[in-house]
Design a binder for this molecule. Structure first.
Ligand SMILES: [Fe+2]
Length: 241
């Protein structure tokens, strides 16, 4: 039933892990939000012009900054929802030439963070040749924009879908996250998010649009990626809608 799970090999600090041609992930630190531990991981896409598209950037240590610089200049910094932008300001400061893109409600929550444009339901010309995007509508407060990297058939989901790495969790968290179906090789939508959708028809429309995309892999900044069979994992995670 569950899709194959990638081995949970921690990358050396700063290291970029190739996903496919033109797309990498970059491991960050393990952080806590409201006491709950979780991993962080950026997704890096090299656009045809050579500029980098940086989704969910991690804490910018010198090694991580250098690893990205070796790949190309950061052209876009992307904060895909209003609670998922921990290091947006740090990267905006380090890459003054980059355009900072944030979710529609991000500026209300983070008025002090510079942004250049809001993410919408369709990709801007800056990356529409490489990436598609969908604003997952219908939630009371989460305004997540889900992306598709077309060349590698990779879906990129920030917080809506979680499948944490059993090898990285202490026993207590393994049990708790497992009880809510949030551990790999399964995975799902965290219960607090499930309970706070307000417009399920709008959410279903977003889900169905995403399911119409051609993808097989799912990259998850807090979780173990789905290497193959991603469409079934995504469909199962949102079947309750
Ligand atoms: Fe997040």
């Amino acid at each position: 039933m569950p899709a194959a799970t990638a081995p949970s090999t921690p990358e050396p600090d700063g290291g970029l892990q190739p996903v496919a041609e033109g797309i990498w992930t970059q491991a960050g630190d393990r952080l806590r939000l409201a006491g709950i531990p979780f991993d962080t991981r950026a997704v890096v896409v090299r656009l045809p012009g050579g500029g980098l598209w940086l989704h969910s950037p991690v804490c910018p240590t010198p090694a991580r900054v250098a690893a990205l610089a070796a790949l190309g200049p950061v052209a876009h910094v992307v904060a895909p929802n209003r609670i998922h932008g921990a290091f947006t300001a740090d990267w905006a400061a380090r890459a003054p030439g980059a355009k900072v893109w944030v979710s529609p409600r991000f500026p209300d929550r983070h008025p002090g963070i510079r942004h250049d444009a809001l993410l919408g339901d369709t990709p801007p010309p800056d990356w529409s040749g490489t990436l598609d995007q969908c604003l997952f509508a219908g939630h009371a407060w989460l305004d997540e924009v889900v992306f598709l990297h077309r060349p590698s058939r990779s879906l990129i989901v920030a917080d809506l879908l979680q499948r944490h790495d059993p090898a990285r969790e202490a026993p207590l968290w393994r049990v708790l996250k497992g009880a809510f179906g949030l551990m790999a090789p399964g995975g799902g939508v965290p219960p607090d998010l499930r309970l706070t959708f307000r417009d399920r028809a709008a959410a279903r429309a977003a889900r169905d649009r995403i399911l119409g995309w051609a993808f097989d892999r799912i990259l998850l900044p807090h979780s173990v990626p789905v290497e193959t069979g991603g469409k079934a994992v995504f469909a199962r995670a949102f079947a309750w809608l």
